[in-house]
Design a protein around this ligand. Structure first.
Ligand SMILES: C[S@@+](CC[C@H](N)C(=O)[O-])C[C@H]1O[C@@H](n2cnc3c(N)ncnc32)[C@H](O)[C@@H]1O
Length: 276
């Protein structure tokens, strides 16, 4: 499979496998008809497009992202699914200019975006300002690397073949908020208080064929460049060891990798920074 083909195919698979996480976020935010919802770092429209369907024709969703090409994909998906109450704007959550109205939204969503932001507290402060007084933020981040095998397992296998540096925590990246205390502290620093936290398992890849698993790991498992640097023999041995390690996780049938995602619900603190 070529790169674009791999990407498209796995993109659809990931959307299907992670849909339940988006739905759970909407449930926790109590997203319903007529509401106004903000989806920050919406990427290809998750969970914005689902939220737009829930709020219905008398509600609306604003999705923002720094990456215009991601928003173009979100727009195409919205169109394909007949969603007309979603507006998409290119904006940096940390400094959105006039792109995000203040005190306007019932619910803000942020799935798997906060950890990549260079100024996450500034982004959370934008969200705090965008929420109505009784609004809520529902965000999702990844838990500790040990509980997120879709990234940690390929790396562990790779360490049999070359030096692999440990994941950096507390810097922008997948595990920036693996520490729940750090997440809570940053949420509170933005004038929000935490009302609920839960961990849930989600698969991100589930395939039948071993070569598909290898293709996915090379594209999305965070080890592609290092594996390409191995000798042909080591690369073959890596692929075999990877498949064995995934099978050893004990999932029946399909070859599957995923991890624990942490969902947090927060509400504006009275008198907190950004309140008003
Ligand atoms: C892993 S994707 C998640 C996309 C989507 N929310 C989802 O769950 O599928 C992370 C997204 O965060 C966006 N992003 C990163 N930093 C951002 C910022 N400062 N402001 C807005 N979007 C940002 C990226 O462009 C990317 O689309």
């Amino acid at each position: 499979m070529g790169n674009v083909e791999v990407w498209r195919r796995f993109d659809a698979m990931e959307a299907r496998l992670t849909a339940a996480t988006s739905e759970r976020m909407l449930e926790l935010g109590e997203v319903r008809q007529r509401q106004r919802v903000l989806d920050v770092a919406t990427g290809r429209g998750e969970p914005a497009i689902r939220a737009a369907k829930r709020v219905g024709p008398h509600g609306s969703v604003l999705g923002i992202d720094v990456d215009a090409s991601m928003l173009a994909m979100a727009q195409a998906r919205a169109q394909a699914e007949g969603v007309t109450n979603l507006e998409l704007r290119v904006a940096d959550a940390a400094s959105p200019g006039g792109a995000v109205p203040t005190a306007a939204f019932d619910v803000a969503l942020l799935r798997w975006g906060l950890m990549f932001m260079p100024s996450p507290v500034a982004a959370l402060t934008t969200i705090r300002g965008a929420l109505r007084g009784d609004g809520v933020l529902v965000l999702a981040v990844w838990a500790e690397p040990e509980r997120v095998p879709y990234l940690s397992l390929p790396r562990r296998v790779l360490s049999q073949f070359c030096d692999v540096s440990p994941f950096e925590r507390g810097v922008p990246g997948t595990f920036c908020y693996a520490d729940p205390d750090r997440l809570r502290a940053d949420v509170e620093a933005a004038g929000l208080h935490v009302v609920h936290v839960e961990d849930r398992e989600t698969a991100v890849v589930e395939v039948e064929a071993e070569d598909e698993l290898v293709a996915w790991v090379m594209a999305f498992g965070g080890v592609g460049a290092a594996v390409r640097g191995l000798s042909a023999n080591d690369r073959r041995a890596f692929e075999a060891a990877l498949v064995r390690a995934v099978r050893d996780q004990g999932t029946d049938g399909a070859l599957s990798l995923g991890g624990v995602t942490r969902i947090l619900v927060a509400a504006p603190s009275r008198g907190g920074r950004g309140s008003g």
